[in-house]
Ligand binder design. Structure first.
Ligand code: NAP
Length: 283
């Protein structure tokens, strides 16, 4: 039976450490970090993520302003709000909750955020810096995954890592971070021929697809480390589940992350860390 990495427990510990640090900021810097979150529309998933971010901010002592706008907002109105936050010296981090309504160009919106306040690490300048191994704000989910691996004592250097999914927010950046940790990385996707053959070679398998229980036990080698990024509804039970068939894969893996309570809480934890980093860079 695999060792379970609890993102819930690890993030609680890290948030407590951050809270102790942030408590010293008013005396040292005159204020606490301030995160502005923009929520467009009322998509239930987005509402719940934004609520989670506000709750974590409160736990850490970060000031959180959530700006809620209707789905009918124009792109220009949204860009104007971002321009106002960019110019506001009292705001350290800006996050636009994705996805945005179809009439708004997400790339244009992300590029409009001052890259020094881009706590998600999605701005093209931060992405370029990541790929050039320069200092930057790292995207939260990949950052949280590497933190989980390290905390669990997983040796990454020299390992065969396989990533399923090549999205800008998870698959691509986590592949780069694993490469930077000296893993030998294989990136796979929907056009990969014989995916199971690739995944069975993985000593570290990161799954970010968005399909419930897609990775079955026969796709995983004995003793593999399995990181499940997926957040899905199980079509049978209606409960939250990952991209990995957890019960069966946990029998074979040496280390595994659960859903819920795995990568998700670490993503929010890293968002808090990024907000503090953006704040500190200004002093
Ligand atoms: P995405 O943008 O939809 O990308 C999905 C990726 O999976 C694509 O690269 C796609 O390949 C690949 N894929 C889809 N079907 C596949 C198949 N049958 N075989 C192999 N590859 C396949 O998704 P995302 O934004 O990366 O998110 C992935 C999952 O992680 C979702 O469930 C999302 O909710 C979750 N997520 C969780 C967190 C967290 O904090 N826990 C954060 C972000 C995302 P192609 O490129 O070829 O289309």
């Amino acid at each position: 039976m695999a060792k379970i990495i609890s993102g819930k427990e690890l993030s609680a510990r890290l948030k407590a450490e951050m809270a102790a640090e942030v408590a010293t900021f008013p005396a040292r810097y005159g204020r606490v970090p301030h995160l502005a979150v923009i929520l467009v529309g009322e998509d239930p998933g987005s509402v719940s993520y934004v609520t989670g971010k506000a709750k974590a901010s409160a736990e850490v002592g970060i000031r959180n302003t959530t700006i809620r706008k209707p789905a009918t907002i124009t792109e220009q109105e949204l860009l104007d709000i971002i321009a106002g936050l960019n110019a506001d010296d009292g705001v350290d981090g800006i996050l636009v909750q994705l996805p945005l309504p179809r009439h708004i160009d997400e790339d244009r919106v992300i590029a409009a955020i001052d890259e020094r306040k881009d706590v998600d690490g999605f701005h093209p300048l931060n992405v370029a810096a990541l790929w050039q191994k320069q200092s930057c704000t790292l995207p939260c989910t990949p950052k949280g995954i590497v933190k989980m691996l390290k905390t669990a004592g997983v040796e990454i250097a020299g390992k065969r890592a396989v990533v399923i999914g090549r999205s800008n927010i998870v698959g691509l950046p986590v592949s780069k971070l694993l490469l930077d940790e000296n893993a030998t990385v294989t990136m796979t996707h929907s056009r990969t021929r014989d995916l199971a053959e690739e995944t069975r070679r993985a000593e570290i398998l990161v799954v970010a697809i968005g399909r419930p229980k897609f990775v079955t036990a026969d796709m995983v080698s004995e003793g593999a480390v399995v990181i499940d990024v997926g957040v899905n509804r199980d079509p049978e039970t209606g409960k939250l589940c990952g991209d990995v068939d957890y019960a069966a894969v946990a029998e074979k893996a040496s280390v595994i992350t659960p859903v819920p309570g795995g990568v998700g809480p670490m993503t929010i934890c890293c968002l808090m860390e990024n907000t503090i980093e953006c704040f500190l860079r200004r002093f």
